[in-house]
Design a protein around this ligand. Sequence first.
Ligand code: LLP
Length: 421
Amino acid sequence: MDHFNYVDGWLHAEEVSLSRIAAEVGTPVYVYSTATLTRHFRLFQQALNWTDHLVCFAVKANSNIAVLKLLGDLGAGMDIVSAGEYARARAAGVPGERIVFSGVGKTETEMRMALEGGIRQFNVESEPELEVLSRVAVSMGVEVPIAVRVNPDVDARTHEKIATGKSENKFGIPIARAREVYANAARLPGIKVVGLDMHIGSQLTDLEPYRQAYAKMADLTRALRADGHQITRLDMGGGLGIPYRRDNNAPPLPIEYGQVIRDAVGDLGCEIEIEPGRNIAGNAGILLSSVIYLKEGEGRDFLILDAAMNDLIRPAMYSAHHDIVPVREAAPGTDVAPYDVVGPVCETGDTFQKGTQLPTLAPADLVALRSAGAYGAVMASEYNSRPLVPEVLVNGDQFAVIRARPTLEEMLGRDTIPEWL
Ligand code: LLP
């Protein structure tokens, strides 16, 4: 459920008409709903209310500081993967003890920054990383709490570019080597083993891969305890999928996911951490865009929008589907026609959808690309020298620009011409 609905014939974000936002901020623009973000975060809290837990929002899904503050104020922890994400979480007021550091290629500088600023735990993904972390911790005179990310070799049954839990993927250490790596970790100075971590992929629409991975996690936890390690935290990763099509079967709910966790590891007495990103932010955002032209092609009509692949890359990158709806509600019985909905960027891949049934639209009419709150703005670029798309946060009947549209001067101002040129 989200909070983007038609009111008096116009699509609203909560109580704010999207046409008002378009008039005041311009398009394209991302629009997020506070009520939806709050609701989705709380669903995960409820799903784990049977035990001690921390819901760490995966910052990579939506890293706007206002969004992070909203979630942080509700009690969220943060799952971060870079110095930039760490800085964003801290700028949003999230304390270090609620920040988990994931990622396959943490640099020494990033480790130092997190250790100086405060960190809950590092999710270590390789033995070389473990050694560097030990050295950095010793040089700073601190002890670092760690979990090792283990690759369970489970098929997440999702798009190949976002599956992470098979042995051929770069993530984590092979499960067969886990006990040996934990034994090494326990011997390293500055390292304190506290937990075990897994993340098998993103946009999972089936609970079975989780069952398989978490069963392996439970077995491994028992084995590690038998080896003498104190495993008190289990980080179950993120990845629960969202419905991208309104008319489709919805993926499992957070409450069902929470039950899978409970069934698998509930008897181990561990604190549970999860790292959902898409499920919290995805359906809490839309990309609002205007029609620039309608163009008759050979046997097809193109709807040319002012949003493009640089603003929302998911269709071009993963052949992802985002529902496209007119902001002015079509009256019942209105004729619809198929359009290829495209952006102005000079690539054929700049196509949001082909053959979408839409009512007749005219230049300046508004459309919304739904389910764009996660992996939308964060993956935007300035390709074709299009300034980064702005972001707006709605709360009830108010809204605020939480990232302004850069001016051309700001965009150009980052380049410099060397004096010898
Ligand atoms: N934890 C770790 C270690 C991750 O790598 C990820 C996502 C998450 C948590 C959050 O997963 P989520 O709950 O959002 O599925 N750009 C792609 C998605 C990439 C996901 C990368 N890792 C997309 O647009 O579909």
